[in-house]
Ligand binder design. Structure first.
Ligand code: PLP
Length: 408
């Protein structure tokens, strides 16, 4: 593997050689479940892990393997495993580090599915948790218990784009001998490489920017060979969370343009954030690229770009947020992010619906909050769409006061 390749070159070439049999340039898709061994001894050695090789689809696949090598390279990890969803990656890594009686410290605003896993599934298996505001190293330290076996963070967070100091958190984790797990979905390795900043494990929802075309659900865990082997053999292999060859192929194809796409997402999001910043119907704006963002300086140090997500609050509450979203003509109301299309969602009633209201408000996810995944369309079209949708709120709001439609 060429360790000196720049990102865009690696995105095209790493993990891939022209097919030996056909000389095909594009990655061949190997759908086989089982692989024939030359003899019984080789079969035994591969299964025992004494020899490299693929033996059964639930534990690995050659097409998926090329992708895993590419992702490991991009994230600067020893190894990676591709799984059937971002939640498969998150659940398998948490189950790898935590068992009955263990405790995990989790940063306060995280993806709703991760919140569900930690608060609903975790306790069923005797796994305890505490949410801490990981913006403060003191709050993080105070949440650590003698049985804390993992620290789990997302930065920038979903949906508020809180930026956490990964170097600072990693130093605390190292001093206590606790592994630090980072969800790097919003950034991709193009913009942020948590392992270089001291994290132990990276997880991804590849459903988002890594695949980038809205047609695959997938996830990755990146870490040491020991951690990845354990997940492959003891967790995801047994739970059946493998990523199939066809979806791996689609992600390999999507990854070739990751740098190109992310650069455009970042530039479009910057223009959108600058437009929203000065709009009278916008109450709060969360975008790490603006000097008004509380962790703007940290973001500039830690991230190679500000990403494609912008969150903001419209004046009012749920009804105003929904009126705004219904008025959009280009942006689509949708759960996902990182696609070519501009996608908009309302965390209080969509991605974070299952978070109890008091918790949600405590995390800062208000009724008027909207998350925008800025797409690859021409930025002036995206901005024109947002402008006309914000104007639709004018009838609901008079002189800065909300009318009877004030959200609950
Ligand atoms: N992590 C983040 C930050 C997400 O936004 C999501 C999904 O939206 C996930 C993880 C879960 O990924 P998936 O839907 O691929 O399971």
């Amino acid at each position: 593997m060429q360790k000196e390749w720049r990102f865009d070159t690696a995105a095209v070439h790493v993990g891939h050689q022209p097919d030996r049999a056909t000389r095909a340039v594009s990655q061949p898709v190997v759908p086989a479940v089982a692989y024939a061994f030359p003899d019984a001894e080789t079969a035994a050695a591969v299964v025992a892990g004494q020899m490299d090789g693929t033996y059964y689809g639930r534990y690995g696949n050659p097409t998926t393997r090329s992708l895993e090598e590419k992702i490991a390279y991009m994230e600067r990890g020893e190894d990676a495993i591709g799984l059937s969803s971002g939640m498969a990656a998150i659940s398998s890594v948490l189950l790898a580090f935590l068992q009955h009686g263990d405790h995990v410290v989790v940063t306060k605003d995280i993806y709703g599915g991760t919140y569900n896993f930690i608060t609903q599934m975790g306790p069923r298996f005797g796994i305890q948790h505490d949410f801490a505001d990981c913006c403060s190293v003191k709050a993080l330290e105070a949440a650590i218990r003698p049985n804390t076996k993992a620290i789990y963070v997302e930065t920038p967070s979903n949906p508020l784009l809180t930026v956490l100091d990964l170097r600072g958190i990693a130093a605390v984790a190292k001093s206590r001998g606790i592994p630090l797990i980072v969800d790097n979905t919003f950034m991709t390795p193009y913009l942020q490489r948590p392992l270089e900043l001291g994290a132990d494990v990276v997880v991804h929802s590849a459903t988002k920017y890594l695949n980038g075309h809205g047609d695959v659900v997938a996830g990755f865990v990146v870490g040491t060979s020991q951690v990845i082997d354990f997940i492959r053999k003891r967790i995801s292999g047994d739970l059946g969370q493998n990523l199939n060859a066809w979806e791996a192929f689609l992600i390999l194809r999507g990854l070739k343009t990751l740098g190109l796409r992310v650069r455009t997402h970042c530039e479009n999001a910057r223009q959108v954030a600058e437009f929203l910043q000065s709009h009278p119907r916008v109450r709060a704006l969360h975008y790490p690229g603006l000097p008004s963002h509380p962790q703007h300086e940290l973001a500039k140090l830690q991230m190679d770009g500000m990403g494609g997500i912008v969150s903001f609050e419209v004046e009012g509450g749920i009804q105003e947020a929904q009126t705004f979203m219904n008025a959009l003509k280009l942006a689509m109301i949708s759960f996902s992010l990182g696609d070519p299309e501009t996608l908009v969602q309302h965390p209080a009633t969509m991605t974070h619906f299952s978070v109890p209201k008091n918790e949600r408000l405590r995390f800062g996810i208000t009724d008027g909050l909207i998350r925008l995944s800025v797409g690859l369309e021409d930025p002036s079209d995206i901005i024109a769409d947002l402008r006309q949708a914000l104007e639709s709120l004018a009838g609901l709001i008079t002189g800065g006061e909300t009318t009877a439609l004030t959200g609950q």
